[in-house]
Ligand binder design. Structure first.
Ligand code: C2E
Ligand code: MG
Ligand code: MG
Ligand code: MG
Length: 292
């Protein structure tokens, strides 16, 4: 019967699927205008030393979408990478982060703070990447020695000569480099030696598991030992509990980042700066219940 056939035609139509498809297409289209509409925001997460003193921040991108509210980078950076829009977004992030550095340079409490900025693979691969960074530094007047670019291991494995050339040029201007999410990619220890890196950031998955599995705790210890033996700084990411913090300290780690010390927040909520002194007392920033 016609009615039955008609129904059969729509057998595979799942309204939820269509909604999801429309949503991602719309999101991609919206992303093109996010810059013009001034919808991008930088959030800042503190990085602290062994005594809880804030030594710097990591800039983390957010998209304040007019309909959907705040969108995390995991939901739009992959699309921006695919479309190439990441180059423009990355330029905006760098400029905003450098302007903030200049803003902090006027106050004694905050003048020493470093700014870590995440760089995507496609952005770093651009032949003009070095010029892009140097132009932003010059335009804003930010101190290059306070800027730390965060790369991931996978970005470094192809075209090593190009990678080394770019890093060396920027380093000559004072810019620092960190290897983000360290331990999750293809770490080749011999490559590590060739690259002018300043810091390893222990991926938060290892910190998360280190008190439950010996495997994770061995990896954490190995990364810390590796870093120090190569004269690199090491930062533990994703520190959420006091227990993780003290275990990391016992292993010799002396720089930390994570919800225990503070989440990524907009500038006006970065309570540790500058009037409250550049100290961040863990556990006072968050109700104890949130730490467990
Ligand atoms: P990431 O660079 O490894 O940044 C750390 C992520 O872990 C952030 O997520 C941060 O909010 C989260 N985090 C920090 N402490 C804790 C903790 O104690 N527990 C847990 N569970 N999570 C914690 P976010 O802001 O969603 O960023 C995710 C990723 O998006 C970043 O990972 C980075 O790879 C990328 N990203 C962020 N901003 C930018 C950007 O401006 N440019 C590029 N290319 N990528 C960015
Ligand atoms: Mg990072
Ligand atoms: Mg990371
Ligand atoms: Mg990452």
């Amino acid at each position: 019967e016609a009615k039955a056939a008609g129904r059969a035609t729509f057998r595979f139509f799942d309204p939820h699927m269509q909604v999801a498809l429309d949503a991602s297409a719309t999101l991609e289209a919206d992303l093109r205008f996010a810059l013009q509409r001034d919808e991008l925001r930088l959030y800042y997460q503190p990085v602290v030393d062994g005594s809880g003193r804030v030594t710097g921040v990591e800039a983390l991108l957010r998209w304040q979408h007019p309909q959907r509210g705040l969108i995390a980078p995991g939901e739009f950076i992959p699309q921006a990478e695919k479309s190439g829009l990441i180059v423009e977004l990355g330029d905006w992030v760098l400029a905003a982060a450098c302007r903030q550095l200049v803003g902090w340079s006027a106050t004694a409490d905050s003048a020493h703070l470093t700014m870590a900025v995440n760089v995507s693979a496609r952005q770093f691969r651009q032949p003009a990447f070095v010029d892009q960074v140097l132009a932003v530094l010059e335009r804003t007047g930010a101190d290059p020695r306070l800027l730390k670019l965060e790369l991931t291991e996978s970005m470094l494995l192809t075209d090593m000569d190009d990678v080394i050339a770019k890093m060396t040029t920027l380093k000559a201007h004072g810019v620092g480099f960190a290897l983000d999410d360290f331990g999750t990619g293809y770490s080749s220890l011999s490559y590590l030696k060739l690259l002018p890196i300043d810091q390893l950031k222990i991926d938060r998955s290892f910190v998360h598991d280190m008190l439950h599995t010996r495997h994770a705790s061995s990896i954490v210890r190995a990364i810390i030992t590796l870093a120090y033996s190569m004269d690199l700084a090491v930062v533990a990411e994703g520190v959420e509990t006091r227990e993780q913090w003290s275990a990391l300290e016992a292993f010799g780690c002396n720089a930390f980042q994570g919800y225990l010390f503070g989440r990524a927040v907009p500038l006006d909520e970065l309570a540790v700066l500058p009037d409250g002194g550049a100290y961040c007392t863990p556990c006072e920033l968050l109700p104890a219940a949130m730490l467990d």
